[in-house]
Design a protein around this ligand. Structure first.
Ligand code: NAX
Length: 328
């Protein structure tokens, strides 16, 4: 057995966590030889804390052999203490009629406090993955507070968009999902994200040579992926939950598994692929050692792809500018 890993999770009584926590406790993320201590953060409202107690009871009732302890809290400094992984899932949803800029600022305050707490009390090797929306900019805000931990430790999730895109391409081509490789989602986790089909392959052949319907790729595929979250809300009356939990598991496992596979991860931009340095943008990465990645450079984009990347970058820059006063 390995040393236990401490995993801090925010929004722990929410719907994504309801799917995520049992999978972590079962060993699906950190392996079946690694005991887990779950450190669960919820807001200090009675209703949220009661729901969190219920989640704790259900985890108890699973009798997971790997689950060593559950530490529920309403204080980031408690929940993040010595955490090796911090999964920032909780955030404030947009209120009725609320402007996006105000939503950014409201969430900004949460992610400033959480970024500070992570920097103050998380483990030396802490890795942070942000899911709570707007996740790219929330990640930027939290990372801006970290003075001790390098900003490369902070990543935001665009993996759900990657998974959605892979399935759409597989369906269109009539192949298994596993035949689709190297599909990278660039930019923001929002309808402006760009799923780069031209560099993706189906059974080793570039997608445009397998799916020759250019209009479908440009005008149906891209918006279908971009608006998938809204389509799920319309159908279910609730936002994506187990697919988001599953994508976060893929995100973390990708970071833990060194190898040549390309993954979509939103990371601190070094200017690659035309993203403005300093925003958190989805780019291709490869894991070099457990928890550490490098941005894969050199993928070639045509004018269409460059325009899409430029549009999603403009949105990220706009979000950063909307919260600039919080970043000092
Ligand atoms: P829920 O509303 O079911 O749960 C969120 C939970 O977070 C609530 O229990 C709430 O009390 C808690 N919370 C709010 N502020 C908190 C804080 N400061 N500290 C700790 N907990 C806090 O939402 P759920 O469906 O679980 O979604 C969570 C977040 O994921 C949302 O922001 C959502 O927009 C985002 N998503 C991101 C995705 C991505 O691909 N990056 C996809 C799925 C999802 O839409």
């Amino acid at each position: 057995m390995n040393k236990p890993i401490r995993v801090a999770v925010t929004g722990a009584a929410g719907q994504i966590c309801y799917s995520l926590l049992p999978r972590i406790a079962a060993g699906e993320v950190f392996g079946t030889s690694t005991p887990v201590i779950l450190q669960l953060l919820e807001i200090p409202l009675d209703k949220a804390q009661a729901a969190l107690r219920g989640v704790g009871m259900e985890l108890d009732d699973c009798a997971f052999p790997l689950l060593q302890d559950i530490i529920p809290s309403d204080k980031p400094e408690v929940a993040f203490r010595d955490a090796n992984w911090v999964l920032l899932i909780g955030s404030k949803p947009r209120g009725p009629g609320q402007e996006r800029a105000d939503l950014l600022k409201d969430n900004g305050k949460i992610f400033i406090a959480q970024g500070r707490a992570i920097d103050a009390v998380a483990a030396e090797d802490a890795r942070i993955a942000v899911v709570g929306n707007p996740c790219n900019t929330n990640c930027l805000i939290a990372a801006a507070q970290a003075k001790r931990l390098p900003r490369e430790r902070f990543t935001a999730m665009v993996r759900l968009d990657q998974n959605r895109a892979v399935t759409q391409l597989a369906r269109k081509a009539g192949v298994a999902v596993s035949a689709v490789e190297r599909l990278i989602v660039y930019g923001n986790h929002s309808p402006t994200m760009f799923p780069d089909f031209a560099n993706a392959t189906i059974s080793g052949t570039p997608v445009p040579q397998v799916i020759t319907d250019k209009a479908w790729l440009n005008d149906t595929f891209i918006p279908t992926v971009g608006k998938r979250g809204a389509a799920i809300i319309e159908a279910r009356g609730l936002s994506s939950a187990f697919s988001a939990a599953n994508a976060l598991i893929d995100h973390v496992r990708a970071l833990l598994t060194p190898g040549p596979t390309l993954h979509s991860l939103a990371v601190h931009s070094d200017g690659s692929y035309g993203f403005t340095p300093g925003v958190w943008a989805g780019v291709p990465v490869r894991t070099t050692s457990p928890g550490t990645y490098e941005v894969v450079k050199g993928l070639v984009h045509n004018e269409f792809a460059k325009a899409k990347i430029s549009a999603t970058n403009a949105e990220l820059v706009g979000e950063r500018d909307a919260v600039r006063e919080l970043l000092a």
